[in-house]
Design a protein around this ligand. Structure first.
Ligand code: NAD
Ligand code: TYD
Length: 356
């Protein structure tokens, strides 16, 4: 079996569902269930004997040690993190605790377990750390996309905490020999995406008749990858990645935010037109920019294609259509995640962001 951390979040839950469907290998899922963790994402696994869920913190060394001793997973995939840039600007404490201290404690518990394994099990063991392209910083319009050797220049508290965790993972390999793999992926989108991030926020706000808040001039560029493609990349790296290596994962799909928002609006105009017949794009509102907002991310994903034969299966057009349709088909999921805590966040974040 494998141990997944953060498997009740957006990407982790997609990964658990995908993993069980594609491989059938059992999963032990350790998740703290922060505001971003949601067991409803895994409701379809109820009664599935291949999924064991444990609520707990990756920073709880004693808990992780006992889970490793009891279940003897052959690999650990670390998704658990605080993941929202805007929240890290409001307060970075949780980011430091989970992304840095938590990763350190997890690495230490895994190292103790791994170093006591018998030879063949020890050689086959893997620790895969899931990270982000944001650790590389921001690109000028004509600069080449990030390769794995690009310098690390994080600009937000979130990306700084992820870069720190990447460095810890690297050091635990070089110093202690732990067989690690790291993936640095671009912006994901798809089902179960918490509606504090751009794409799901635009879908749920549009449907609720609310403003669609675009930061600054909306010309910041991100590379977007359908979450199912990120899951297949992680499976492939776990299976065949070279120990100690980093693999960039991306969709070859750079787009400015405003274009993304217009695409979402156009799909909603087609699939669920407004009752007054007006276009959803009328709801677009330019608001105050995010402090320190990175202008452009772009991923050069040639290494993972060359070495491991992975490339994305989904185009942006097919992925975004599926995603919008998923939100239209799951109004109860949206209603449930929009709890009291969610409403407080939205109020604090967007009250200050008056139209620009
Ligand atoms: P998410 O915020 O949706 O989910 C994070 C999950 O981790 C939640 O279920 C949460 O309860 C859990 N968690 C948080 N702190 C924990 C702790 N201390 N112990 C155990 N569990 C804890 O995040 P996501 O978007 O699914 O991202 C997953 C991973 O992928 C993160 O490491 C993130 O940095 C990375 N990543 C995300 C993106 C993206 O576009 N979302 C892109 C590249 C990389
Ligand atoms: P986000 O989904 O928060 O991901 P990240 O900051 O990790 O890239 O934001 C994606 C882009 O969309 C980013 O450039 C910020 C922008 N954005 C808005 O313009 N308005 C919003 O309300 C949000 C949440 C994001």
């Amino acid at each position: 079996m494998i141990l997944i951390t953060g498997g009740a979040g957006f990407i982790g839950a997609n990964f658990v569902l995908d993993w069980l469907a594609k491989t059938g290998e059992p999963v032990l899922n350790l998740d703290k269930l922060t505001y971003a963790g949601n067991l409803e994402n895994l409701a379809s696994l109820e009664g599935h004997t291949g999924h064991v869920f444990v609520q707990g913190d990756i920073g709880d060394g004693a808990l992780v040690a006992s889970l490793l001793a009891q279940h003897r997973p052959r690999a650990v995939v670390n998704f658990a993190a605080e993941s929202h840039v805007d929240r890290s600007i409001h307060g970075a404490e949780d980011f430091i605790q989970t992304n840095i201290v938590g990763t350190f404690r997890l690495l230490e518990a895994v190292r103790a377990h791994w170093s006591a394994l018998p030879g063949a099990e020890q050689a086959a063991f893997r620790f895969l750390h899931v990270s982000t392209d944001e650790v590389y910083g921001s690109l000028a319009p004509n600069e080449p996309a990030f390769t794995e050797t690009h310098r690390t220049e994080p600009n937000s508290p979130y990306s700084a905490s992820k870069a720190a965790s990447d460095h810890l993972v690297r050091a635990w390999h070089h110093t202690h020999g732990l067989p690690v793999l790291t993936t640095n992926c671009s912006n994901n989108y798809g089902p179960f995406h918490f509606p504090e991030k751009l794409i799901p926020l635009m879908i749920v706000n549009a449907l609720a008749g609310k403003p669609l808040p675009v930061y600054g001039d909306g010309q910041q560029v991100r590379d977007w990858l359908y979450v199912g493609d990120h899951c297949s990349a992680i499976r492939r790296v776990l299976e065949a990645g070279r120990v100690g290596e980093t693999y960039n994962v991306g969709g070859w799909n750079e787009k400015p935010n405003l274009e993304i928002v217009h695409t979402v609006c156009a799909l909603l105009d087609e699939l669920r037109p407004r009752s007054d017949g007006q276009p959803y794009a009328q709801q677009i509102t330019f608001v105050k920019d995010r402090p320190g907002h990175d202008r452009r991310y772009a991923i050069d994903a040639r290494k993972i294609e060359r070495e491991l034969g992975w490339k994305p299966a989904e185009t942006f057009e097919s992925g975004i259509r599926k995603t919008v349709q998923w939100y239209l088909d799951h109004p109860e999921w949206v209603a449930h995640v929009q709890s009291g805590a969610y409403r407080e966040w939205v109020q604090a974040q967007y009250a200050a962001a008056a139209p620009a």
